[in-house]
Design a protein around this ligand. Structure first.
Ligand SMILES: [Zn+2]
Ligand SMILES: [Zn+2]
Length: 173
């Protein structure tokens, strides 16, 4: 068994909802194959804390992310309330969760699932996962403007026209 995240996490009943109105990013921006392409061979030891708005749900990471991406899909727009989602992926073993969360499962176009864990008090999503090997954390949850920039931009067909991106980012349809 891989290391479990969420030693104090109480999982509430899972609701499932198929995303109909838009193609969701489960299979592209968050694909597990990305884990085999780390930004560096050995993630640097950097401790950061992601938190929900009220602070009761936190994720402490002890390494740099293995991938940082933005996703312009409509499901990410709805989840975040912003016009794109920005997320960082970490090795599961580098993440420890504290606090209570509820789960929401998003089912993507090709049947893949992402399980979002959000604070039942303030509603902010602090982490989510599509496999056992990694944990994705919304970049904004770190509240750290110097956080490593994204290297992938996904679902650009849904991108708002005014959104600007780093020059060297890898663009995906
Ligand atoms: Zn998305
Ligand atoms: Zn909260």
């Amino acid at each position: 068994m891989p290391p479990r995240v969420g030693k104090q996490t109480r999982n509430a009943p899972v609701r499932q909802q198929r995303v109909r109105q838009s193609r969701a990013c489960t299979s592209r921006s968050l694909e597990s194959s990305a884990v085999s392409e780390p930004l560096s061979m050995q993630p640097a030891m950097t401790t950061r804390t992601a938190s929900c708005s009220c602070g009761q749900l936190t994720a402490i990471v002890t390494e740099d992310p293995i991938r940082v991406a933005v996703c312009h899909c409509l499901a990410c727009q709805r989840r975040t309330g912003s016009v794109f989602g920005a997320q960082a992926r970490f090795r599961s073993g580098a993440v420890s969760i504290e606090g209570q969360s509820q789960q929401y499962v998003r089912v993507g176009d090709e049947g893949s699932k992402i399980t979002f864990n959000f604070c039942p008090t303030c509603g902010a999503t602090v982490y989510y996962r599509i496999d056992e090997e990694s944990v994705a954390i919304p970049v904004g949850a770190f509240a750290e403007p110097s956080f490593p920039p994204p290297t992938f931009s996904v679902y650009e067909e849904r991108k708002h026209a005014w959104v600007g991106l780093p020059d060297n980012i890898e663009h995906m349809a």
